[in-house]
Ligand binder design. Structure first.
Ligand code: C5P
Length: 230
Protein backbone atom coordinates (compact mmCIF):
# COMPACT_ATOMS: atom_id res chain seq x y z
CA UNK A 1 0.00 0.00 0.00
CA UNK A 2 2.94 2.41 0.61
CA UNK A 3 3.62 2.51 -3.10
CA UNK A 4 -0.02 3.00 -4.05
CA UNK A 5 -0.51 5.68 -1.34
CA UNK A 6 2.27 7.69 -3.00
CA UNK A 7 -0.14 8.54 -5.81
CA UNK A 8 -3.09 9.14 -3.49
CA UNK A 9 -1.48 11.79 -1.31
CA UNK A 10 -1.25 15.31 -2.70
CA UNK A 11 1.15 17.75 -1.02
CA UNK A 12 -0.21 21.33 -0.83
CA UNK A 13 2.57 23.78 -1.69
CA UNK A 14 1.20 26.71 0.32
CA UNK A 15 4.46 28.66 0.36
CA UNK A 16 5.21 32.26 -0.67
CA UNK A 17 7.88 31.73 -3.32
CA UNK A 18 8.95 29.60 -6.26
CA UNK A 19 12.24 28.85 -4.50
CA UNK A 20 10.54 27.33 -1.46
CA UNK A 21 8.07 25.40 -3.62
CA UNK A 22 10.80 23.87 -5.80
CA UNK A 23 12.83 22.98 -2.71
CA UNK A 24 9.86 20.98 -1.35
CA UNK A 25 9.23 19.32 -4.72
CA UNK A 26 12.89 18.33 -4.92
CA UNK A 27 12.79 16.90 -1.39
CA UNK A 28 9.54 14.99 -1.78
CA UNK A 29 8.96 13.99 -5.38
CA UNK A 30 10.56 10.58 -5.00
CA UNK A 31 7.86 9.71 -2.42
CA UNK A 32 4.78 11.48 -3.74
CA UNK A 33 3.49 12.04 -7.27
CA UNK A 34 1.12 15.02 -7.12
CA UNK A 35 1.65 18.57 -5.80
CA UNK A 36 -1.06 21.18 -5.31
CA UNK A 37 -0.45 24.75 -6.42
CA UNK A 38 -2.96 27.13 -4.84
CA UNK A 39 -3.72 30.83 -5.08
CA UNK A 40 -0.89 31.93 -2.78
CA UNK A 41 1.91 30.32 -4.79
CA UNK A 42 0.27 30.91 -8.19
CA UNK A 43 -0.12 34.66 -7.61
CA UNK A 44 3.36 34.96 -6.07
CA UNK A 45 5.31 32.94 -8.63
CA UNK A 46 3.13 33.23 -11.75
CA UNK A 47 1.85 30.49 -14.06
CA UNK A 48 5.45 29.48 -14.96
CA UNK A 49 5.57 27.65 -11.62
CA UNK A 50 3.34 24.98 -13.16
CA UNK A 51 5.93 24.25 -15.85
CA UNK A 52 8.75 24.14 -13.30
CA UNK A 53 7.00 21.64 -11.06
CA UNK A 54 5.63 19.53 -13.90
CA UNK A 55 9.19 18.61 -14.92
CA UNK A 56 9.27 16.45 -11.78
CA UNK A 57 5.68 15.65 -10.88
CA UNK A 58 1.95 15.83 -11.60
CA UNK A 59 0.05 19.05 -10.84
CA UNK A 60 -3.21 19.85 -9.09
CA UNK A 61 -3.98 23.53 -9.76
CA UNK A 62 -6.34 24.76 -7.04
CA UNK A 63 -7.63 28.07 -8.43
CA UNK A 64 -11.32 27.49 -7.55
CA UNK A 65 -12.53 29.14 -10.75
CA UNK A 66 -15.87 30.96 -10.62
CA UNK A 67 -16.67 33.37 -13.47
CA UNK A 68 -18.82 33.58 -16.61
CA UNK A 69 -18.81 30.31 -18.59
CA UNK A 70 -16.70 31.67 -21.45
CA UNK A 71 -13.94 32.92 -19.12
CA UNK A 72 -13.88 29.70 -17.10
CA UNK A 73 -13.76 27.60 -20.28
CA UNK A 74 -10.80 29.61 -21.64
CA UNK A 75 -8.94 29.38 -18.30
CA UNK A 76 -9.44 25.61 -18.27
CA UNK A 77 -8.06 25.40 -21.83
CA UNK A 78 -4.96 27.36 -20.77
CA UNK A 79 -4.42 25.14 -17.74
CA UNK A 80 -4.82 21.99 -19.86
CA UNK A 81 -2.16 23.29 -22.28
CA UNK A 82 0.24 23.67 -19.35
CA UNK A 83 -0.21 20.02 -18.42
CA UNK A 84 -2.34 20.56 -15.32
CA UNK A 85 -3.81 17.20 -14.31
CA UNK A 86 -6.46 18.39 -11.81
CA UNK A 87 -8.16 21.79 -11.60
CA UNK A 88 -10.83 23.12 -9.22
CA UNK A 89 -13.96 25.13 -10.02
CA UNK A 90 -16.73 26.42 -7.71
CA UNK A 91 -19.90 24.44 -8.42
CA UNK A 92 -22.00 27.41 -7.27
CA UNK A 93 -21.16 28.89 -10.71
CA UNK A 94 -24.08 26.81 -12.06
CA UNK A 95 -24.64 24.22 -14.77
CA UNK A 96 -23.60 26.34 -17.77
CA UNK A 97 -20.31 27.33 -16.15
CA UNK A 98 -19.60 23.75 -15.03
CA UNK A 99 -20.26 22.45 -18.56
CA UNK A 100 -17.97 25.12 -20.03
CA UNK A 101 -15.20 23.79 -17.77
CA UNK A 102 -15.79 20.08 -18.36
CA UNK A 103 -16.11 20.59 -22.13
CA UNK A 104 -12.91 22.68 -22.33
CA UNK A 105 -10.97 20.09 -20.30
CA UNK A 106 -11.56 17.52 -23.09
CA UNK A 107 -10.65 14.73 -20.69
CA UNK A 108 -7.05 16.01 -20.47
CA UNK A 109 -7.52 17.72 -17.11
CA UNK A 110 -9.72 16.36 -14.32
CA UNK A 111 -12.27 18.96 -13.21
CA UNK A 112 -12.88 18.88 -9.45
CA UNK A 113 -15.85 20.72 -7.99
CA UNK A 114 -15.79 22.72 -4.76
CA UNK A 115 -19.17 22.68 -2.98
CA UNK A 116 -19.31 24.65 0.29
CA UNK A 117 -15.94 25.77 1.66
CA UNK A 118 -15.10 24.22 5.01
CA UNK A 119 -14.58 27.74 6.37
CA UNK A 120 -18.32 28.43 5.81
CA UNK A 121 -21.00 27.75 8.41
CA UNK A 122 -24.79 28.01 8.31
CA UNK A 123 -24.57 31.73 9.00
CA UNK A 124 -22.43 32.12 5.88
CA UNK A 125 -25.11 30.30 3.88
CA UNK A 126 -27.85 32.61 5.28
CA UNK A 127 -25.75 35.71 4.51
CA UNK A 128 -25.49 34.56 0.91
CA UNK A 129 -29.19 33.77 0.53
CA UNK A 130 -29.18 29.98 1.02
CA UNK A 131 -31.77 28.60 3.45
CA UNK A 132 -30.87 24.86 3.63
CA UNK A 133 -28.30 23.07 5.77
CA UNK A 134 -24.64 22.71 4.80
CA UNK A 135 -25.11 19.00 4.01
CA UNK A 136 -28.10 19.78 1.74
CA UNK A 137 -26.11 22.42 -0.11
CA UNK A 138 -23.03 20.17 -0.46
CA UNK A 139 -25.16 17.38 -1.89
CA UNK A 140 -27.13 19.66 -4.18
CA UNK A 141 -23.97 21.19 -5.68
CA UNK A 142 -22.12 17.87 -5.94
CA UNK A 143 -25.09 16.35 -7.80
CA UNK A 144 -25.22 19.35 -10.14
CA UNK A 145 -21.52 18.88 -10.80
CA UNK A 146 -21.88 15.19 -11.60
CA UNK A 147 -24.82 15.89 -13.93
CA UNK A 148 -22.60 18.32 -15.81
CA UNK A 149 -19.56 16.12 -16.21
CA UNK A 150 -17.15 16.80 -13.35
CA UNK A 151 -14.62 14.11 -12.49
CA UNK A 152 -14.52 14.64 -8.75
CA UNK A 153 -15.34 16.79 -5.74
CA UNK A 154 -13.28 18.38 -3.01
CA UNK A 155 -14.90 17.42 0.29
CA UNK A 156 -14.33 17.77 4.01
CA UNK A 157 -13.49 14.46 5.74
CA UNK A 158 -16.93 14.35 7.36
CA UNK A 159 -18.72 14.58 4.00
CA UNK A 160 -16.97 11.58 2.43
CA UNK A 161 -19.47 8.91 3.48
CA UNK A 162 -22.55 10.92 2.49
CA UNK A 163 -21.07 11.80 -0.92
CA UNK A 164 -19.89 8.26 -1.62
CA UNK A 165 -23.32 6.88 -0.73
CA UNK A 166 -25.14 9.38 -2.94
CA UNK A 167 -22.75 9.65 -5.89
CA UNK A 168 -21.32 6.13 -6.13
CA UNK A 169 -17.80 5.01 -6.92
CA UNK A 170 -17.19 6.72 -10.26
CA UNK A 171 -16.67 10.16 -8.76
CA UNK A 172 -13.26 10.98 -7.23
CA UNK A 173 -13.36 12.38 -3.69
CA UNK A 174 -10.41 14.62 -2.84
CA UNK A 175 -10.10 15.44 0.85
CA UNK A 176 -8.20 18.24 2.65
CA UNK A 177 -8.46 18.81 6.40
CA UNK A 178 -6.13 15.91 7.21
CA UNK A 179 -4.07 15.75 10.40
CA UNK A 180 -1.92 12.77 11.47
CA UNK A 181 -2.31 12.08 15.20
CA UNK A 182 1.18 13.50 15.88
CA UNK A 183 0.60 16.79 14.08
CA UNK A 184 -0.87 20.12 15.33
CA UNK A 185 -4.43 20.79 14.15
CA UNK A 186 -3.72 24.46 13.35
CA UNK A 187 -6.84 26.15 11.91
CA UNK A 188 -8.40 22.88 10.65
CA UNK A 189 -11.33 22.15 12.97
CA UNK A 190 -13.06 19.08 11.56
CA UNK A 191 -10.13 16.94 10.54
CA UNK A 192 -9.40 13.20 10.26
CA UNK A 193 -6.17 11.23 10.26
CA UNK A 194 -4.97 9.95 6.85
CA UNK A 195 -5.97 6.38 7.75
CA UNK A 196 -9.48 7.43 8.85
CA UNK A 197 -10.06 9.42 5.65
CA UNK A 198 -9.02 6.54 3.37
CA UNK A 199 -11.16 4.23 5.47
CA UNK A 200 -14.16 6.55 4.97
CA UNK A 201 -13.73 6.33 1.18
CA UNK A 202 -11.40 9.17 0.08
CA UNK A 203 -9.58 8.68 -3.24
CA UNK A 204 -6.96 11.39 -2.64
CA UNK A 205 -5.83 13.28 0.46
CA UNK A 206 -4.53 16.86 0.31
CA UNK A 207 -1.97 17.44 3.05
CA UNK A 208 -0.12 20.70 3.58
CA UNK A 209 1.36 21.91 6.85
CA UNK A 210 1.75 18.54 8.60
CA UNK A 211 4.37 17.91 5.89
CA UNK A 212 5.51 21.33 4.63
CA UNK A 213 5.81 23.01 8.06
CA UNK A 214 7.48 19.98 9.64
CA UNK A 215 11.16 20.41 10.51
CA UNK A 216 11.88 17.50 8.20
CA UNK A 217 9.18 17.35 5.46
CA UNK A 218 10.49 14.15 3.94
CA UNK A 219 10.41 12.37 7.31
CA UNK A 220 6.82 13.59 7.91
CA UNK A 221 5.71 12.32 4.49
CA UNK A 222 7.40 8.96 4.99
CA UNK A 223 5.74 8.58 8.39
CA UNK A 224 2.30 9.25 6.84
CA UNK A 225 2.94 6.78 4.00
CA UNK A 226 4.01 4.17 6.53
CA UNK A 227 0.92 4.76 8.69
CA UNK A 228 -1.54 4.36 5.84
CA UNK A 229 0.20 1.23 4.63
CA UNK A 230 -0.57 -0.49 7.94
O1 C5P B 1 -1.99 22.82 5.58
P1 C5P B 1 -3.25 22.05 5.39
O2 C5P B 1 -3.07 20.56 5.42
O3 C5P B 1 -4.38 22.52 6.28
O4 C5P B 1 -3.66 22.40 3.88
C1 C5P B 1 -4.87 22.02 3.30
C2 C5P B 1 -4.95 22.53 1.90
O5 C5P B 1 -6.23 22.24 1.38
C3 C5P B 1 -4.79 24.04 1.76
O6 C5P B 1 -4.13 24.28 0.51
C4 C5P B 1 -6.19 24.57 1.73
O7 C5P B 1 -6.31 25.74 0.97
C5 C5P B 1 -6.92 23.42 1.02
N1 C5P B 1 -8.34 23.33 1.32
C6 C5P B 1 -8.87 23.16 2.60
N2 C5P B 1 -10.21 23.06 2.78
C7 C5P B 1 -11.02 23.13 1.73
C8 C5P B 1 -10.52 23.30 0.44
C9 C5P B 1 -9.15 23.38 0.27
O8 C5P B 1 -8.13 23.08 3.57
N3 C5P B 1 -12.33 23.01 1.92
Amino acid sequence: MTKSAANKIIVALDVPSEKEALQLVNDLHSNVEIFKVGLQLYTAAGPGIVGGISLLSRIFLDLKLHDIPNTVGKAVESAATRGVEMLTIHLSGGSEMIRAATTAAKGNTLILGVTVLTSSNEQTLRETGISGTIDDQVLKLATLGVENGIDGVVASPHEIKMLRAELGNKIKIVVPGIRPSWSAAGDQKRFMTPGEAFEAGADYLVIGRPITAHKNPREALERILEEVSG
